[in-house]
Design a protein around this ligand. Structure first.
Ligand code: PMP
Length: 440
């Protein structure tokens, strides 16, 4: 029970620790679409944990796979030695990746995936004799995890305040938000594709394009407030990267594994990057795992550049391809296929969209954005206290309505497991509507 909890020692991540410890919110168990709190209340999971439990909690096939693997072999290294499950997981993952993206590097989470992809980009150019390509370009308000590389290419002001600028050879494009005409867009916003031209302008005016190694974008910026790419924007970014020999990395840590109704956002947008970073839904979050999926041609450069008895990529993690994670990934990918969860998400998306937009006109609602099974509800801020109203909604949803939401500044995000039913969608947005009517 909460009152017996010893809160003296745990330093919680991305948390106002003192505020939390004054009134802890604790989850004790989970099944399907629901959590249960430590005091026995049922909580509808409106955010698939942290955008990750796409197949619902405690799926029996995933649980069984992890249990069996733990009993059979808890750990084996993947340096100069291997185990079959890591290979099987890589085959299963490339089986749903876009054509030609058929090599996988495993790590433990999204942050490591981003740093791995950035290092692959730098090494790729060097191995081709193009060592001058050292600059990396991201976007404002992008979240690419917490590694040094990801923090630098990410565009979060709080990071600059606390850690300084990190790596210096980075630049950031503006994010495509706050285009008034796009308010309350259903699905992809129509206006603003021309913001992608900023990439070419920067390349020509500020940087010699031959010094740029990679551009990294989240196809849909999720955790910083559900920022959608305007129609045509990603296509333009791809074309500009092609024109100047720059690699394009999609950070699909959130959009991977069905969130938009397709395996990856790359499929949804029909834009093929050079690398995809994924994590979260890969194992249904049962065991941490991340991965970078690369185009064959990038892998070939590494294989061709060095003699066969040397290490081609000087990088790896103790837990790369961890047997428990590999077993969870294999089981998760099988569940996605058997239960056709991506299609299910695509089929449910129009209903979800209607429900999200039913909030328009309620007190404090400034904008509603949605795509696939993601929605962002932007609330009017309280002057001088950014995020206070959204945080209040988050608390009320959790305590009064039994709903888990996620907030970033003044935006409430929803990204439920792909197994959500129409009734649960009604419950979710009905609860939010009720709360909005009581907010101050
Ligand atoms: N990239 C994106 C787009 C993310 O949303 C996240 C996590 N929310 C990360 C990277 C970092 O992933 P992790 O927390 O697993 O390191």
């Amino acid at each position: 029970m909460a009152q017996l909890l010893d809160t003296a020692h745990l330093w919680m991540p991305f948390t106002a620790n003192r505020q939390f410890k004054a009134k802890p919110r604790l989850l004790a168990s989970a099944s399907g679409m629901y959590y249960t709190t430590d005091d026995g209340r049922r909580i509808l999971d409106g955010t698939a944990g942290l955008w990750c439990v796409n197949a619902g909690h405690g799926h029996p096939k995933i649980v069984e796979a992890v249990q069996q693997q733990a009993a059979q072999m808890d750990f084996a290294p993947l340096f100069q030695i291997g185990h079959p499950k890591a290979f099987e997981a890589a085959t299963a993952l490339t089986g749903i990746a876009p054509d030609g993206m058929n090599r996988v590097f495993f790590c433990n989470d999204g942050s490591e995936g981003v740093d791995t992809a950035l290092k692959i980009a730098l090494a790729y150019h060097r191995m081709r004799g193009d060592a001058g390509r050292t600059r990396l370009i991201g976007r404002e308000r992008a979240y690419h995890g917490v590694g040094f590389g990801g923090t630098a290419v990410g565009g979060i002001a709080g990071n600059r305040k606390q850690f300084g600028s990190g790596l210096t050879a980075v630049d950031h494009l503006r994010h495509p938000l706050n285009i008034e005409k796009n308010a309350y867009s259903r699905g992809l916003p129509l206006h603003g594709a021309e913001m992608a031209d900023e990439l070419e302008q920067r390349l020509l005016a500020l940087h010699d394009p031959s010094t740029v190694a990679a551009v990294i974008v989240e196809p849909l910026q999720g955790s910083t407030g559900v920022i959608l790419p305007p129609k045509g924007y990603l296509e333009k970014i791809r074309a500009i990267c092609d024109r100047y020999g720059i690699l394009l990395i999609f950070d699909e840590v959130i959009t991977g594994f069905g969130r938009l109704g397709s395996p990856f956002a790359a499929d949804f947008f029909k834009v093929k990057p050079d690398m995809i970073v994924c994590a979260k839904g890969l194992t249904n979050a049962a065991v941490p795992m991340g991965a970078v999926i690369v185009r064959q041609q990038i892998h070939d450069v590494f294989m061709d550049a060095a003699p066969a008895d040397t290490i081609e990529f000087f990088h790896g993690y103790t837990y790369s391809g961890h047997p428990l994670a590999a077993a969870a990934a294999i089981a998760t990918l099988a569940v996605h296929k058997e239960e056709q969860l991506f299609q299910r998400a695509a089929d449910m998306a129009p209903y979800f969209e209607d429900a999200a937009h039913s909030l328009k006109g309620l007190p404090f609602v400034k904008d509603v954005r949605n795509l696939g099974l993601v929605a962002g509800i932007e609330l009017e801020g309280i002057r001088g206290k950014p995020g206070a109203r959204a945080y209040d909604l988050f608390n009320k949803a959790f305590w009064d309505k039994g709903l888990l939401t996620r907030t970033t500044a003044d935006i409430v995000a929803l990204s439920p497991p792909l197994i959500i039913s129409k009734m649960q969608i009604d419950e979710m947005f009905g609860s939010i509507a009720d709360i909005l009517k009581t907010l101050k």
